[in-house]
Design a protein. Structure first.
Length: 311
């Protein structure tokens, strides 16, 4: 057992154990796709048998940032775009903790875009869920990085002059070792993908299409959708980066033509995570830093003890 008593407890966990007593009912707008993310995450963690005390859920700012208010586990509500560096630090301190980061498309692909690309490049063993509704929802409907060209909003009243970012292509190019897209209208697939992503050793990125009926009526509800694993027109090897890139390109073009493609796009097995890479070169101890807090005999190393090495 870990110093965190729940880790590796190996017991059945009911999904309702993730419902907090203080704020059990989510207050997103009726019809919001964010409800589906919460439901899929509860289902996935229950399926995996993860105790609430075994999980850390790190969120950014926006409607998506309320996720850890409605999910009972360890939680950290960070600054805008800063969920990933906090999640990375927590995983490095305690690799046994199941770390999930979540944010919106503005949070993750805009202000947090640099953290996104470098977290993918370094292959930190965390799961990143991006609520992609192609709009800034909490701040009342401004154009976001994923808003389609021509989309009219408060900040672009004549229509956006910019092409949207392509999050799946960006993820694959940056170095994510698991890349997937799902949608709020496909709850069964969403839970299956979350289970796979959490089990994957390395950085897992899920672009989760979440409709915003209040501020982005143009996006509808992302239906009808096509599961690329269930469609013969999209047969490819998800372990082949080039084949994955081609299907991702088609997927991102099709979305704004009214065709929603979802599924698993890329999965790289056998690649070391960032923690493992640091341990390989001797820059990180095998014993997690978190364990030392529970060891009364441990002699603490302080920063000032190492100052001589830098003089």
């Amino acid at each position: 057992m870990s110093a965190f008593n729940a880790i590796d407890a190996d017991r059945e966990v009911d999904r309702e154990e993730y419902t907090p007593g203080i704020e059990p009912q989510a207050t997103w707008c009726p019809g919001c796709g964010d409800f589906s993310v919460l439901k899929a995450l509860k289902g996935a963690m229950s399926e995996l048998g993860k105790d609430p005390e075994e999980i850390l859920l790190v969120t950014g700012i926006g409607c998506s940032g309320k996720l850890n208010s409605y999910f009972d586990s360890y939680g950290f509500h960070t600054l805008h775009g800063r969920a990933l560096p906090v999640a990375r630090a927590a995983k490095l301190a305690n690799p046994e903790l199941e770390v999930v980061a979540a944010g919106g498309d503005g949070d993750g692909y805009g202000i947090g875009g640099n953290h996104f690309t470098h977290t993918a490049r370094e292959n930190h063993d965390i799961t990143y869920i991006v609520f992609n509704n192609e709009i800034f929802g909490l701040t009342k409907g401004q154009t976001s990085p994923t808003s389609p060209k021509g989309h009219k909003s408060k900040t672009q009243p004549h229509g956006s002059a910019k092409d949207p970012v392509r999050p799946l292509s960006m993820s694959l190019t940056a170095g994510s070792s698991y890349v997937a897209r799902t949608a709020a209208v496909n709850p069964n697939q969403a839970q299956e993908i979350l289970v796979e992503a959490i089990q994957h050793d390395g950085f897992s990125h899920i672009d989760f299409l979440t409709q915003c009926p209040t501020w982005n009526k143009d996006a509808k509800q992302y239906v009808p959708y096509i599961d690329i694993q269930q469609n013969e027109d999209y047969e490819f090897d998800i372990s082949n980066r080039q084949e994955a890139a081609e299907v991702i390109y088609d997927t991102e073009l099709a979305l704004h033509d009214g065709e929603v493609l979802t599924g698993r796009y890329y999965q790289q097995e056998g690649r070391l995570s960032y923690t493992q890479e640091k341990q390989e070169i001797g820059e990180m101890p095998e014993e997690p830093l978190a364990e030392r807090y529970h060891d009364d005999d441990y002699e603490w190393e302080r920063c000032y003890d190492m100052l001589d090495a830098h003089r």
